[in-house]
Ligand binder design. Structure first.
Ligand SMILES: [Zn+2]
Length: 579
């Protein structure tokens, strides 16, 4: 193997960049800065001559070292490292001083911002991250920044047919999508994940072939990822079907490199070949909905209405695992979101349900069970039938949305969030988001019967139907909101479902039709989603949701995600009090 050279930056570098600033006057020897670029809010990304990237960021007003570390790195434990890097221990952070934070310690969002600022020509393509060499850095360093591991330089070199690891000015190369750190991978078009499949036509039927990688199981690597099945029973059934088809006798003991044939009719459309009719329809819809993006900006969410829906409640506890009721835990998170929005933003907030006669947040880790949730229609509905409640939720949300539009005159100033917790196979961790697929929300719909017709919100508008234009726009905006939420969850150090964390449909089994949950399916609010905050079947997720600190952190992440959707960086939001 060749030895690695960390190429010394060439002297032809624009002299204007040669600032060689000794930032902060710290006691440690600092290398010369060869490039600096602003990422906004007074924050600067800096590249030094020994090929290190730093963020130089001033503290927010009144921000302590701990909060500063948490904001930029997502982790209060980085305090020691930040102090060490900045020479001496600052008792308190000085308002007009920019302190340095290592690139490797930054949150995904700041890593992405730093790279984008320092290398403004870089962009994400269908095949991966395209890097334009404007400043001479070694391939090793580039691999470290973008993939988290310098050793990936060989894979990058092979992918780009490079003969050497020294890059020359003006050159463009691709860092393949499957190597990228999440910060960069999430910027790629979704179809990127399909590149591991090979397509074959064996004469009788079309198949995709996937080769299992180290540590992968049939359930998560193939079934959940490529077929979209998520419910434990269906995943098991699909896995059994695939095992049968592939002559696999023991799904728990499969060698690395095992070939798994997957029939086309099981594949999600985005994993089909580019010329397959189902894939083409999917791409057409996708390019259509990508035309829609949120243009509303709202400082402190002024003029924004946030509709919050806590899943289940009353006689419907939702998923129950080891005595943990989904209904009471997601209701608690919902109330925390409401309280944060009301105390730190100017948004108007409504919830679709209430437990008892007032909104009370329990100051406890383990929450008391309750069956007293009502849907807040006029008159309220004490939840007995989960289906009736689900329908009344969207009728109520639509009514609140109509009145909000009446005030603001702008349908894009309402968001709807339904908050749930998942019941996936136990190995899966983290949050997942459902948004409505435009193709699955067509048709006219309305309910009859006195339980409905006795409610004011139903009488106002008993039936709904949305045009193709409205549905496509809603899907586009919902996806954008979902992306903002997931990025915020990542920034807050919360777990995200590994494969396809944003889904536009629920697939229960192979031969039944995919569907969209009613509460978002018939909902008139353009940006809307159903957030599964974690997987109750996973022991670690379940342990976490039974703590106040997790539920508070989740609420903070949700609020920051909504702020981001309306163009407000969470870095500009006020520092919050202790959790
Ligand atoms: Zn649920």
């Amino acid at each position: 193997m060749k030895t690695l050279r960390h190429a010394v930056p060439a002297l032809w570098l624009i002299t204007g960049l040669l600032l060689a600033v000794m930032v902060l006057g710290g006691s440690m020897p600092l290398s010369a800065t060869i490039a600096r670029a602003s990422i906004g809010n007074g924050i600067v990304a800096a590249l030094t001559d020994d090929q290190q990237i730093f963020l130089e960021a001033p503290p927010l007003p009144g921000e302590g070292l701990q909060a500063y570390a948490r904001r930029l790195t997502g982790d209060g434990d980085q305090v020691g490292e930040i102090t060490r890097l900045n020479g001496k221990r600052p008792r308190r952070l000085l308002a007009d001083v920019r302190y340095r934070v290592r690139f490797e310690a930054l949150t995904a969002r700041y890593q992405l911002a730093a790279i984008q600022a320092l290398f403004p020509k870089d962009r994400s393509l269908a095949t991966g991250w395209q890097h334009h060499v404007t400043i001479s850095v070694s391939l090793w360093r580039l691999a470290e920044w973008l993939t988290g591991d310098g050793l990936n330089f060989t894979a990058i070199r092979e992918h780009n047919n490079l003969s050497d690891e020294v890059l020359s000015h003006g050159q463009a190369l691709i860092i393949p999508g499957d190597l990228l750190l999440p910060a960069f991978r999430t910027t790629l078009p979704e179809t990127m994940t399909a590149h591991d499949l090979r397509y074959v036509d064996d004469g009788a039927a079309d198949f995709a072939i996937y080769r299992l990688k180290k540590g992968e199981a049939l359930y998560s690597a193939v079934v959940v990822r490529f077929t979209g099945g998520t419910f434990a029973d269906d995943v098991n059934a699909l896995a059994a079907e695939l095992a049968d088809l592939n002559g696999i006798s023991d799904v728990t003991d499969m060698p690395v490199g095992q070939r798994v044939r997957i029939p086309f009719d099981l594949l999600l459309p985005e994993f089909l070949p580019a010329t397959h009719p189902r894939r083409m329809e999917y791409e057409k819809d996708r390019s259509e909905r990508e035309k829609h993006s949120n243009t509303v900006r709202a400082t402190s969410l002024e003029g924004i209405t946030v509709l919050l829906d806590a899943g289940h409640g009353g006689q419907d506890p939702g998923t129950i695992v080891s005595g943990t009721w989904e209904s009471v835990y997601v209701y608690d998170i919902t109330l925390r979101v409401k309280k944060l929005l009301e105390s730190t933003t100017a948004a108007r907030v409504f919830t679709t349900t209430r437990d008892g006669s007032n909104f009370q947040i329990h100051d406890a880790d383990i929450l008391p069970r309750s069956r007293n949730h009502r849907v807040l229609t006029t008159p309220p509905y004490a939840i007995e039938d989960a289906k009736v409640a689900a329908n009344l939720r969207w009728y109520l949300a639509n009514s609140q949305h109509r009145s909000a539009v009446g005030k603001s005159g702008n349908a894009a100033k309402t968001v709807f969030l339904s908050i749930h917790a998942d019941s996936l196979p136990r190995s899966h961790r983290g949050a997942m988001i459902y948004i409505p697929a435009a193709s699955l929300t067509r048709g006219q719909y309305g309910k009859t019967g006195t339980v409905y017709s006795s409610r004011r919100e139903v009488k106002e508008k008993p039936r709904v139907e949305y045009s193709w234009q409205e549905r496509t726009r809603s899907e586009g905006l919902s996806r954008q909101l979902a992306q903002n939420l997931l990025q915020s969850l990542r920034d807050h150090g919360l777990a995200i479902h590994k494969q396809k964390p944003i889904r536009d449909r629920i697939i229960r089994c192979r031969r039944c039709r995919p569907w969209v949950p009613a509460v978002v399916r018939y909902n008139a609010v353009p940006p809307k989603l159903l957030l599964e905050v974690c997987n109750l079947n996973n022991p670690e997720d379940r342990r976490l949701i039974r703590t106040r600190s997790f539920r508070q952190r989740m609420a903070e992440a949700i609020v920051d995600g909504i702020l981001a959707y309306y163009g407000q960086s969470n870095a500009s939001s006020k520092p919050r009090t202790a959790r």
